[in-house]
Design a protein around this ligand. Structure first.
Ligand code: SF4
Length: 340
């Protein structure tokens, strides 16, 4: 199966997870989110309800890696920033730049006293992430895909960035061939997701929680028949930071950011009802448009006529902008406190 079919499957998994993931609190779903070393197909962040609401005070944009060195440590009373913040391990001038950025975003109080830059928090940064679940999507699980995936899962299970790791696959015929699942680490769960309307999602293997043992292990080289596996321990602080970075990216991007890789400004592009929500559709090809096809170079690409953008359709801008607004509104609804 090609990357295009995986794209469609990935959207189906995200829609299902957003509606049906079983968690104690609200969940946020992200697509293609991760770190420099590892990008997950689907990420589910299980949230603390009140923490998520208070997170909205900081706005829809993520608290990025640099801001995480400042915002959670900002003091309740005015203080010189070097007294208030932990040593970042890099030059303070970069911290000053981050402080000014936070000031521009309105998420930190900043003032100068003499030559000294002072900071004060506007709100306490909440502990809003309860659990992180990573899902690897493989709709067409043949022997070679299963082999590659097994190595990837070993890496994810050992590193334990996520609390749970799953594989989502699609039923081929009557059942998923169990032999293909045998090489997966026992800690990884397996889901069978169907794309038919109202189709059931079946758990064929329950995962184990990964984050109750410390520390995580970063596999550097799996070795092989003739060499030992090389690995290093992942520092607990490093792991905690990477988890927070991932959660913040999910908060900002969600999974509906797929529009960024498509051409909703093409007049053949529309959003239609699909199983468990709405999804992109191309009228010209009568199928889900995919990032590799849905570009300006697409033979059927037909830009919106300029008049669509000037005649109050649907309120302002053309249909492409309208689709963006609809998806953005849906994303904000999943983040309580941002709806307005
Ligand atoms: S015609 Fe091409 S560019 Fe237009 S929506 Fe379809 S795939 Fe995308």
């Amino acid at each position: 199966m090609d990357a295009d079919s995986e794209f469609e499957f990935e959207l189906a998994v995200c829609r299902w997870a957003e509606r049906s993931w079983d968690a104690d609190g609200p969940v946020l779903v992200g697509r293609q989110v991760g770190t420099r070393h590892r990008r997950f197909d689907t990420v589910i962040v299980e949230c603390d309800r009140e923490g998520l609401r208070r997170r909205a005070l900081f706005g829809p944009d993520r608290i990025d890696d640099d801001l995480l060195d400042v915002i959670p440590h900002a003091p309740a009373e005015w203080a010189w920033y070097q007294d208030a913040l932990p040593d970042p391990g890099y030059p303070w001038r970069y911290v000053r730049e981050t402080i000014h950025r936070a000031d521009d975003r309105g998420i930190l109080d900043v003032r100068k006293r003499g030559n000294r830059l002072q900071i004060r928090r506007r709100w306490r940064y909440p502990d809003w992430v309860a659990r992180i679940v990573a899902i690897e999507n493989k709709p067409d699980l043949d022997a070679s895909a299963a082999d590659r995936l097994a190595a990837q899962l070993e890496f994810d299970v050992a590193l334990a960035l996520a609390d749970e790791v799953w594989v989502a696959t699609e039923r081929a015929g009557e059942r998923v061939p169990r032999a293909l699942l045998e090489d997966f680490p026992v800690e990884a769960g397996v889901l069978v997701v169907e794309r038919r309307p109202d189709a059931a999602v079946e758990t064929v293997w329950q995962p184990r929680t990964l984050t109750d043992r410390r520390p995580g292990i970063r596999i550097l080289d799996r070795g092989g028949d003739r060499h030992a596996t090389r690995f290093e321990y992942a520092d607990a602080d490093w792991t905690a930071r990477r988890r927070q970075v991932i959660a913040e990216r999910v908060y900002e991007r969600g999974w509906r950011s797929y529009l960024d890789g498509l051409r909703p400004d093409c007049r053949n592009f529309e959003c239609v009802s699909v199983e468990r929500g709405v999804g992109p559709h191309c009228d010209a090809y009568d199928r889900t448009p995919t990032p590799s096809q849905c570009r300006g170079a697409c033979p059927e690409f037909t830009p919106e006529p300029p008049t669509w953008r000037t005649r109050d359709w649907p309120i302002d801008g053309g249909p492409g902008r309208g689709v963006r607004r609809v998806l953005d509104a849906q994303r904000r609804r999943e983040r309580p406190g941002l709806e307005e």
